[in-house]
Design a protein around this ligand. Sequence first.
Ligand SMILES: Cc1cc2nc3c(=O)[nH]c(=O)nc-3n(C[C@H](O)[C@H](O)[C@H](O)COP(=O)(O)OP(=O)(O)OC[C@H]3O[C@@H](n4cnc5c(N)ncnc54)[C@H](O)[C@@H]3O)c2cc1C
Length: 402
Amino acid sequence: MIDFELSEEHRILEQTVRDWGAREVAPRIRDLDREHKFDRGVLPQMAKLGLLGVSVPAQYGGAGMDYISLGIASEELEYVDTSLRVIMSVHAGLNCLTLLTWGTEDQKQRYLVPQAQGQKIATYGLTEPAAGSDVRGIQTVAVKKGDRYLLTGEKMWISLADVADTFLVFAWTDPELKKQRNTAGISAFIVERGFKGFSSGTLTHKWGILAGNTGFFKMDEVEVPAENVVGKPGEGFKIAMFALDQGRFTVAAGATGLIRACRDASAKYAGERRAFGVEIAQHQLVKEMIAQMESDYQASRLLWLRSGWLKNVGRRNTRETGLAKWFATVASERAAGDAVQIHGANGYSDEYPVGRFYRNCKGAVIYEGTREIHKLMQADYVLGFRSDRPTRCELPPFGGQP
Ligand SMILES: Cc1cc2nc3c(=O)[nH]c(=O)nc-3n(C[C@H](O)[C@H](O)[C@H](O)COP(=O)(O)OP(=O)(O)OC[C@H]3O[C@@H](n4cnc5c(N)ncnc54)[C@H](O)[C@@H]3O)c2cc1C
């Protein structure tokens, strides 16, 4: 049976996050954006709402909700501002769900529990100054010395780089395989901000997601205990890709929220602004843009819901999640462009929110797989050039044993 109803629990979560965003963040977001200010004060509030561990089982400090709840929270948060959803993507999606799936019991107790409770904030460090889409091009290395690894390298364009306490970091552990660009030589590590040799900074010239923190971190022979290797040595690439299945899900749901925000702002403005003796809502070309936003919103929502359902029942969803992320982010760029258009010159000023939506949406067309990478992936699935092989660890189904 196909069931399109949200559960009572989903609806309560949706309303709660919507009310919180409208009350606590929406009135201040224009100023935060203008000041390029990340407000750390939202973190304890999000923790109190259970959002920072939304899909982490209660036994590991989370709210124990299903994966559709993670999508609902992401959609509602990005409706207000992308910076809020980014917190969910890197902390709850890319990091927590990866530790839940690949972490040892000791790692879950030491890192996942405080993260899910919101006492510690976590992020994901894959990208480097010279390597984004081409993951094999990363240069960070981890050299084994007894029961520790020495990590040296620089990560760039990292969300919450200057905010997070813990980092899921990817580095080459096998120099021979690095030369051959064989991803079996990459490993994943949990790195703490407090480890000696770690430093971070904020990127100050960014032009979107200005109320969010994006930065870099450097590691100069940072000593990481061997018990902080996530998965087995050599499983880092698979883990990085696994994490993206979770992060992309939040990005897809978030972009869906941004399309809805564009639609709502545009419909409101179109009902107020008059041109040629009528509200601009009466002009068919304006209606066309609003209709496109509505169809993009509904299609994007169905795509991320399907992906969330696949996660809930424990089925591999790399293909479906990638499609949801690609479709929704590209559609969000269209929606934001048209929202500015509908607002005319007023859309070109930050007196109205649509200019912020326009700046914010573009990041998601780049991160967690660029538009081009997703396009190639989807074509390759259809053409039979690509298929998903089972991995040693799979995301636990909702209610299943992690
Ligand atoms: C706001 C923001 C936040 C981010 N947060 C994080 C984070 O928290 N953690 C993290 O690890 N990274 C993060 N990133 C980095 C992001 O994941 C990378 O920017 C992304 O993977 C693209 O890499 P790149 O910028 O190096 O572009 P490149 O890989 O250099 O790509 C440049 C262009 O070439 C195209 N291209 C590249 N290869 C191909 C190909 N094979 N075929 C066709 N076209 C191709 C791309 O599509 C793109 O248009 C963030 C980025 C932004 C903008």
